[in-house]
Design a protein around this ligand. Structure first.
Ligand code: PLP
Length: 396
């Protein structure tokens, strides 16, 4: 055995998304890129906004002394000030650099948060369908995951969350706008969850934190707005990144924002700063910290995502699929026309349409479509979606 049994098992179970993506890469090689309709990965095909690219060129050429040195593990103080000013403006709360930690994407942020807050055996409540990496992130820190199902519109069910909370619960982790469903949680729901955590924290004699994973915060449709969690709960910690709103996923830049009024705020900040260092991140990439500090007010161009959403929602509904149109993000979590979602995803694959089975997100009987692609792909894939639905109907 050359590698650990544990990672060997993880590799076998490892995310369906990657597996489908890898199969897609093979198919593209044999059949040609334009013949494969790949909806597997949330990897935006769009480029960063022009303002971002322009500023990046300037920063790269500045070459000021010390630009590439180590820095405080929480990140560059002036960048954290810029992010804090944006958070203060949005929430009306006194955010300062001491409430912000720059991180290696949202994935890095979540690992730092779990490392800083959870002892081995502590529990994290997540809602299904969930972002599959949460299971690995929790395991990295020997935390246990408890799953609460959402309703059929993928909205949180307070009673389910309550059932999942126990004496060892440390974190309730929410993701809105949601991957894989596109659901956005309303303010009232977040308030109710926060009140639930107040009661449970008092009963447990230690705080349960409300961690919001928000990389899709700025990606919404029509008049949907994502409520500001800091206005709703003083136990809120946000993990986010610029992977999706500035189209910079490969640059690994994000941040943690800690509610200024959270219990033990200074200690929480110090713990996360140390966790950033000892997890081996040390600090977030310096150049991209400098870049995003001044980009907090940039909004993503939703034109292509809105067009793709319309093409797919209309096309899938016409083909008989049951879907809940997403309010945010760039995913549709459609009901599989047959109970076996893995088989159905295979039926789509035969039509060169690549998606991911719901089983990988903790809700079988569904499949995920990531539509952060060119609109042409959505148009061209519709006949394949329709043919697979027709075949499923024929199965009775
Ligand atoms: N959380 C959710 C819900 C995601 O969908 C993703 C990425 O797809 C992440 C976290 C990780 O984002 P990042 O690329 O910033 O690490």
């Amino acid at each position: 055995m050359t590698i650990s049994k544990k990672i060997e098992g993880m590799m076998e179970r490892s995310s369906w998304i990657r597996r489908m993506f890898d199969e897609g890469a093979k198919l593209k090689k044999t059949l040609g890129e334009d013949k494969i309709f790949d909806f597997t990965l949330g990897n935006p095909t769009g480029e960063p906004p022009a303002r971002v690219s322009g500023e990046l060129c300037k920063l790269a050429c500045d070459n000021l002394p010390g630009t590439h040195r180590y820095m405080p593990n929480a990140g560059l103080p002036e960048v954290r000030e810029q992010v804090a000013a944006h958070l203060a403006h949005e929430s009306g709360l006194p955010f300062g650099a001491g409430n912000v930690i720059m991180t290696v994407g949202a994935g890095g942020a979540l690992n730092v948060i779990i490392k800083a807050l959870c002892d081995p055996g502590d529990e994290i409540v997540i809602l299904a369908p969930y972002f599959a990496e949460y299971l690995f992130y929790a395991d990295n820190h020997q935390a246990a995951v408890k799953v609460a199902q959402t309703d059929e519109k993928f909205q949180p069910v307070i009673g389910e969350i309550e059932k999942a909370i126990g004496p060892k619960t440390r974190i309730v982790l929410l993701n809105s706008p949601n991957n894989p469903t596109g659901a956005v949680y309303p303010a009232q729901t977040i308030q109710e969850i926060s009140r639930l955590l107040d009661g449970k924290s008092a009963a447990n004699g230690r705080p349960i934190y409300l961690v919001m994973d928000e990389p899709y915060r700025k990606l919404t449709y029509d008049d949907v707005a994502v409520p500001n969690v800091f206005k709703l709960s003083n136990r809120a910690i946000v993990a986010t990144s610029h992977s999706k709103d500035l189209n910079l996923p490969g640059e690994r830049i994000g941040y943690i924002a800690i509610h200024p009024g959270i219990e033990g705020a200074a200690k929480v900040f110090d713990a996360m700063t140390l966790a950033n260092r000892i997890l081996g991140f040390v600090n977030a990439p310096a150049l991209f910290q400098r870049l995003v500090g001044g980009m907090q007010d940039v909004s993503p161009d939703m034109t292509v995502y809105a067009a793709n959403r319309k093409i797919l929602v209309d096309g899938l509904e016409a083909a008989g699929y049951e879907i809940t149109p997403p309010d945010g993000g760039f995913y549709i979590f459609a009901k599989s026309p047959i109970a076996d979602d893995i088989r159905f995803v295979d039926m789509l694959k035969k039509r060169n349409v690549l998606t991911v089975p719901g089983a990988g997100f903790g809700r079988a009987g569904h499949f995920r479509i990531a539509y952060c692609c060119f609109s042409e792909q959505c148009e061209k894939a519709l006949p394949g979606f329709a043919a697979a639905a027709a075949e499923a109907k024929g199965l009775g």
